[in-house]
Ligand binder design. Structure first.
Ligand code: F6R
Length: 244
């Protein structure tokens, strides 16, 4: 059973860490680079960040954000695009400068795609790299849209979506056949380059993949298991991975 109190506590804790990191950077006249996820999992975190902005004067003026992924073929104002999601759930409610927001483009022409993906990585690095990366996890162990089979050395690129990912998105798109077949995602190497990572997983349907990611073998069949290579990951869960 999903415990709303546990989820809210995780959201508060991560939001406070972000608050603290932003404030520390501000004191040094520096900026913070935040890697963000979409989906249902980070929504309570985004609500908490909005609350801190509204009630505790948290400003995002010195923050840059890079989103993990976007569906190919969706315009920015499509209601299921991650552009729409991020504006609706976070950006429209905080004071982040529009030019500091980076989300992979879902409508980049195929001939420009390779350069576009290299540019996304380059821009992130020029800004100092990801300070904090927020992650959810798919039932098939994907993070971002690094589906089973993704290499640990992968960078931002176009990928084909796995059938489990499409099944999970089917109701939002009005059926499996209407889910986009491809997406652009940051790679595993990109994600692992973050200085600090928070992976959130809520609900029993995430338990198996999360348990395998943390306790199982490191394998490209479960890309989240590559996080075992990173020495600064916090797993924020509402279930016990040590029980069946
Ligand atoms: C989304 C993303 C995905 C989701 C994952 C879980 O930007 O990167 O990896 O985090 O599919 O989705 P939810 O939170 O909807 O269960």
């Amino acid at each position: 059973m999903i415990s709303q109190d546990t989820i809210d506590n995780h959201a508060k804790l991560i939001a406070f860490q972000i608050y603290d990191a932003i404030e520390q950077k501000k004191q040094n006249n520096e900026h913070l680079v935040l890697g963000l996820a979409t989906g249902s999992t980070p929504i309570p975190l985004y609500q908490e960040l909005i609350r801190l902005h509204q009630e505790a004067n948290l400003s995002f003026e010195n923050v840059y954000t890079f989103n993990l992924d976007e569906y190919c073929g969706l315009s920015e104002n499509h209601s299921e695009s991650y552009h729409y999601f991020m504006h609706h759930h976070l950006f429209d409610h905080i004071d982040i400068p529009k030019e500091n927001i980076f989300i992979p483009g879902g409508e980049v022409e195929p001939i420009f795609l390779k350069d576009y993906c290299v540019g996304y990585e380059k821009h992130m690095q020029e800004l100092g790299g990801l300070d904090i990366q927020i992650l959810g996890i798919g039932r098939n162990g994907h993070i971002g849209f690094n589906e089973p089979g993704s290499s640990v050395a992968s960078i931002t690129r176009k990928v084909e979506l796995h059938h489990v990912t499409k099944r999970d998105a089917a109701s939002a798109f009005g059926g499996f056949d209407f889910v986009p077949t491809h997406a652009i995602t940051m790679g595993m190497k990109t994600i692992l380059s973050a200085k600090q990572i928070y992976l959130m997983a809520f609900g029993e349907n995430k338990k198996q993949a999360t348990k395998q990611a943390i306790l199982g073998d490191i394998t490209d069949e479960l890309p989240a298991s590559f996080l075992q290579h990173h020495d600064n990951v916090s797993y924020c869960l509402d279930f016990d991975i040590y029980t069946k």
